[in-house]
Write a new protein. Structure first.
Ligand code: ADP
Length: 182
């Protein structure tokens, strides 16, 4: 199964992705985690991505897309994957479609985790990651509204929308059920 998870920062995509990845037996590919691993290892990619991430801005698409293409080319992603954090813009969605179609592949579903803005800001402040201060959060929400939210319309009828406010296990169960029905 080839899945994309969408939702505002702080929607709990990472948490849900980890559960789904285990239950569906597909690798969880998080662009945020890949960038953070590169920053930790001080790779050239990490060094370039860091300033954008610290400011709450998007890392340039060319860099991000290359990283995703490399990851998708690994063997464990040959039969399915769960993308978390990519695509984040309509341009990235088009790049992903091209990457997949060149391999004769397509997405099976796009899951949209829906959460109100007050809840996500509260969650991010509570989790306290390096880029979770108030200014950066405000920038990321703005980037979400301007760049990422248009993906909801882009995917249209392909979208499976899940209410992501509530109990973690219940949200996971609702997602699995919706995926079975999709
Ligand atoms: P969150 O879901 O809380 O926004 P992520 O871990 O998904 O956190 O992303 C953290 C940061 O990594 C983003 O603010 C951005 O700087 C960078 N990033 C992640 N995915 C992408 C992407 N697809 N395109 C550009 N930048 C990205």
């Amino acid at each position: 199964m080839r899945l994309v998870l969408l939702g505002p920062p702080g929607a709990g995509k990472g948490t849900q992705a980890a559960l789904l990845s285990e239950k569906l037996n597909i690798p969880h590919i998080s662009t945020g985690d890949l960038f953070r691993a590169n920053i930790g290892e001080e790779t050239p990619l990490g060094l370039e991505a860091k300033s954008y991430m610290d400011a709450g801005k998007l890392v340039p698409t060319e860099l991000t897309a290359r990283m995703v293409a490399d990851r998708l080319a690994q063997e464990d992603a040959a039969n399915g994957f769960l993308l978390d954090g990519f695509p984040r813009t309509v341009e990235q969605a088009e790049i992903l479609e091209k990457m997949l179609s060149e391999k004769g592949q397509h997405l099976n579903a796009v899951v949209n985790f829906s959460v109100d803005e007050d809840t996500v800001v509260e969650r991010m402040l509570a989790r306290g990651r390096a880029d979770d201060n108030e200014d950066t959060i405000r920038t990321r929400m703005q980037v979400y509204r301007n760049e990422t939210a248009p993906l909801i319309e882009h995917y249209g009828a392909e979208l499976v929308t899940i209410n992501a406010v509530g109990d973690i296990e219940e949200i996971n169960a609702a997602t699995l059920k919706a995926l079975q029905a999709s």
